[in-house]
Design a protein around this ligand. Structure first.
Ligand SMILES: NC(=O)c1ccc[n+]([C@@H]2O[C@H](COP(=O)([O-])OP(=O)(O)OC[C@H]3O[C@@H](n4cnc5c(N)ncnc54)[C@H](OP(=O)(O)O)[C@@H]3O)[C@@H](O)[C@H]2O)c1
Length: 271
C-alpha cells in the first residue's frame, strides 16, 4: 500500500475490552458489554468511520459529511491525485490511504493503518464499486465482467475479512454497511454484471449477518439514485435530474450514523 496521506492529528482509541467471554452459537467472543442485541447502543462519542472508494461520488461526500459532523474518518481510494486534493480539503484528524480493494494485502495494510490512526472502527462503509459499460451480456468482455466482480463483490468481502476480526475482538457496538443498489433488488437490461454483483452483495450481507456476534450489525444499503459518474455511465444526460452526492449526504450521513447492531441483516434504503 502507498504511504499514508493524512490531514494530520493522529488519534488513539482506548479499547475497552473486558475479559468476559460471550458464548454465541459455539463461537467465543470477548465483549465490552454482554447484553442482548436490542439493548446495546452505539456510543454518542465521535464515530470512527471507515469508507472505501472515497475519491469521488458518494464516498467523497460521505467523507466530507462525517468529517463535518466531527467524526474520525479513515478512507481509501485508488486515485492518488484525488486523495491528495481531498486530504488538503479535510481538517485534521482524518486519514486517506491509497488502496485498491481488490488487493487483499493492501486492504490488510489499510486495516492496520486505520487502527493505528483512529482505532478499531465502529462504522465501516463498504462503498467502492464500478458499473459495466452499458451493453447486453454477450457484448461484455470477460475481463470487464471479472474486474467488476473483483471490485464489487471481492473488494467488499476483503474488507469484511480484514476488518471484522479486530471489530469482534474489540467487543464494541459497530455497524458495517455494504453498498447495494436498487439493482441489487431489481434488474435492468445492459447492466447485468452490475446487477449480479449487487444481488451478490445482498446475499453476502445476509449470510455474514448470521456469522457476527450481536454487538455487530451488517446491513445492505440501497443509497437511492444520485448524480455521480457511475450514474452518468448508465443514465447519460438524464443523470443530471438526480440529486448531487452532497445533497444526498445531508440525509444519508445522520441515517448511517444512527444505524444500530440491532439492524443486523436488514436490506435498507437511504433517505
Ligand atoms: N450513484 C448512484 O445512483 C448509485 C445507485 C445505487 C448504488 N450506488 C452504489 O453506491 C456506491 C458509490 O457509487 P458512486 O455513484 O459514488 O460511484 P462513483 O462515482 O463511480 O465512485 C466510485 C468510487 O469507488 C472507488 N473505487 C472503484 N474501484 C475501486 C477499487 N478497486 N478500490 C478502491 N476504490 C475503488 C472510485 O475511486 P478510484 O477510481 O479512485 O479508486 C470512486 O471513489 C457504489 O457501491 C454504487 O454501486 C450508487
Amino acid at each position: 500500500m502507498s504511504p499514508l496521506l493524512t490531514s494530520g492529528g493522529a488519534n488513539r482509541f482506548a479499547r475497552r475490552v473486558c475479559n468476559r467471554a460471550c458464548i454465541l452459537e459455539r463461537r467465543t467472543y470477548r465483549c465490552a458489554a454482554v447484553a442482548p442485541s436490542n439493548i446495546i447502543t452505539l456510543s454518542t462519542e465521535r464515530k470512527r468511520v471507515v469508507i472505501t472508494g472515497c475519491t469521488r461520488g458518494l464516498g467523497r461526500a460521505l467523507v466530507e459529511g462525517f468529517a463535518n459532523r466531527g467524526d474520525l474518518v479513515a478512507a481509501c481510494g485508488r486515485s492518488q491525485k484525488s486523495l491528495r486534493a481531498l486530504a488538503r480539503e479535510l481538517g485534521p484528524g482524518h486519514h486517506l490511504f491509497q488502496a485498491d480493494v481488490t488487493d487483499d494485502a493492501a486492504v490488510a495494510s489499510f486495516r492496520d493503518r486505520v487502527i493505528e490512526e483512529i482505532g478499531v472502527p465502529n462504522l465501516v462503509l463498504n462503498n467502492a464499486a464500478i458499473i459495466n459499460r452499458s451493453a447486453p451480456i454477450w457484448e461484455v468482455p470477460p475481463e470487464e465482467f471479472d474486474e467488476l466482480m473483483r471490485i464489487n463483490v471481492g473488494g467488499t468481502a476483503s474488507v469484511l475479512r480484514h476488518f471484522l476480526p479486530p471489530m469482534i475482538e474489540a467487543g464494541e457496538s459497530a455497524v458495517i454497511v455494504n453498498f447495494s443498489s436498487g439493482w441489487g433488488r431489481s434488474t435492468a437490461p445492459e447492466v447485468a454484471p452490475y446487477c449480479a454483483s449487487k444481488w451478490a452483495i445482498e446475499g453476502l450481507t445476509q449470510a455474514v449477518a448470521q456469522e457476527v456476534p450481536p454487538f455487530i450489525g451488517v446491513v445492505a444499503l440501497n443509497p437511492g439514485i444520485i448524480h455521480t459518474e457511475m450514474l452518468e455511465s448508465c443514465f447519460g444526460r438524464g443523470a443530471a435530474n438526480y440529486p448531487d452526492p452532497e445533497d444526498w449526504a445531508r440525509a444519508a450521513v445522520p441515517f448511517l450514523a444512527n444505524l444500530r447492531p440491532s439492524d443486523n441483516g436488514k436490506a435498507l434504503t437511504s433517505p
